[in-house]
Design a protein around this ligand. Structure first.
Ligand code: LFR
Length: 482
């Protein structure tokens, strides 16, 4: 048995988890949790990355002696280093508005279909490509020697080594998923210098020991894991066969299937499905559903803090009274979420929810519908068939959402583990250390033997969900059509 530490940065909080792993055992303990609060300054929304780094060091010290540590976070955002290795400004938050109108401009010059054929990536205004296009001509970008995605930036500070872990690189829209290398033609066509993109690393690579200045003498080495949180979460899905869909459910709901190769058809592009690189050469074929962000941001406006009682109250509200399409880009930026939901209901001639409980019900119903739409579209577009939906991440605790997802999909939902991302993170490290062997299936066998999973059977014949879905406008995505 050996111990490992996972650093998992989420959009609203970060955590450091210690895991003790053996061939037949896997135990997690959260040793440090800290808030992640973006800062608006100079009209731009930033991540407070140095305070995150300080909390990471605190957490890694609290983790005690470990064979290795690995870092994962949300995707797409980056820091720029100058030629001395200094950080050029704080990383900008993916919900910042600096990319408004940029996707149209970039696609007009490169071609949306060419971009999709090369990168396989969904159209989201926050893709690294669009963020960089928005930053073209700024002094910071002109001075940049290296671009490091957030987990790679933390890994650089810990070890002094620059690199780009592959699963997260695949979310940038600067990466050629078929060839598994940077998409140099896309990069140069955008007017960027490909030299700022560091060498790629496969998940499972040992990066090196922590630098003395970190004070982490109890951490033997830093290992590149599936550093995109969703890639680690998918490793952490306790599936028993390949016929599964997943919902990695937190701030976002990432809904899709695991494939051997990308789907690059025109139908897939228009449905705004993304092909992201998974651990062991897999493809995470999925759609970004707006997720529990809708509720988190509503709770901020209501100054509400108890999600459990809000969801219990929502469970007593009438079903499907008012639904909206969570994937509408209007819900992406921070701001008054209930007002935007109310406007969406009004637009479609539905009653406007009157209380936080009614809004919460509307959000959960709408997410379940969006999960159904994405699970169906993923199968249709990839010509696969699933017989179960795994819900992992914080959303697996939300009983109402899990039950309604089962009902809407007409499939059993297996909910848990809540800490799938941290588990996927440490399993890749444990394999590198030789504590667990084998492929993803072997890691998932260990998860099934050690983690709690709750089963929800689907109720009803799904007719009311079919009727409600008509308000959504089929499988096309509003984001792909902006
Ligand atoms: C989830 C996630 C999604 C990505 C979004 C933005 O935490 O990583 O996979 O699309 O955040 O980075």
């Amino acid at each position: 048995m050996k111990s490992f530490a996972a650093v998992d940065l989420g959009a609203s909080s970060g955590r450091v988890v210690r895991a003790v792993v053996g061939p037949e055992s896997l135990e997690l303990t959260e040793v440090h949790r800290f808030p992640n609060e973006p800062v608006l300054v100079g009209g731009t929304l930033h991540w407070d990355v140095l305070s995150l780094y300080r909390e990471i060091l605190t957490g890694l010290r609290a983790a005690g002696p470990v064979a290795s540590a690995g870092v994962d976070s949300w995707a797409v955002d980056y820091g720029l280093l100058d030629s001395s290795g200094a950080l050029l400004g704080n990383p900008v938050h993916y919900r910042d508005s600096r990319t408004d109108g940029v996707p149209d401009r970039v696609e007009a010059s490169i071609g949306a279909d060419r971009l999709y054929a090369t990168t396989g990536l969904q159209r989201q205004p926050f893709n690294t490509l669009f963020q960089l296009a928005a930053a073209l001509g700024t002094p910071q970008l002109a001075a940049a020697r290296h671009l490091l995605l957030v987990p790679d930036l933390v890994t650089y500070w810990l070890t002094g080594e620059v690199g780009a872990e592959l699963t997260n690189a695949s979310t940038t829209q600067l990466f050629d998923l078929n060839r598994r290398r940077w998409a140099t033609d896309v990069i140069t066509a955008t007017g960027l210098d490909p030299a700022i993109l560091p060498p790629l690393r496969e998940p499972g690579t040992v990066v090196g020991p922590p630098l003395p200045e970190t004070g982490l003498s109890d951490v033997d080495s830093i290992v590149a894991v599936g550093s995109h949180d969703t890639a680690s979460a998918v490793v952490g899905v306790p599936a028993s066969s390949p016929r599964f869909a997943y919902v990695s459910c937190g701030t976002w709901s990432l809904v899709g299937v695991e494939l051997d190769r990308p789907v690059l058809t025109e139908a897939s592009r228009l449905a705004n499905f993304t092909n992201e690189g998974g651990v062991d050469g897999t493809v995470r074929y999925l759609r970004n559903v707006m997720g529990l962000w809708l509720l988190q941001e509503s709770m901020r406006v209501w100054d509400a803090h108890d999600v459990t009682s809000l969801v219990s109250a929502a469970a007593r509200e009438p079903a499907l009274a008012a639904v909206f399409d969570p994937d509408d880009p209007v819900f992406l930026p921070p701001g008054d979420m209930p007002a935007r939901i109310a406007a969406a209901c009004r637009r479609t001639g539905q009653p406007v929810p009157a209380t936080p409980a009614a809004f919460t019900r509307s959000i959960v119903d709408s997410l379940a519908l969006a999960h159904r739409r994405a699970v169906r579209a993923a199968q249709e577009l990839s010509q696969t068939h699933v017989d179960v939906v795994h819900v992992v991440g914080g959303g697996a605790r939300n009983e109402l959402l899990c039950q309604l997802t089962a009902d809407a999909c007409g499939l059993p939902v297996l909910a848990g583990p809540v800490e799938a991302t941290a588990l996927g993170n440490v399993l890749v490290q444990a394999r590198t250390a030789g504590v667990v062997g084998g492929d993803l299936a072997a890691m998932r066998t260990l998860l099934r033997a050690t983690q709690r999973v709750v089963r929800y059977e689907p109720h009803g014949d799904g007719r009311e969900w079919t009727a409600a879905e008509s308000l959504f406008g089929g499988s096309r995505s509003p984001l792909a059509e902006q």
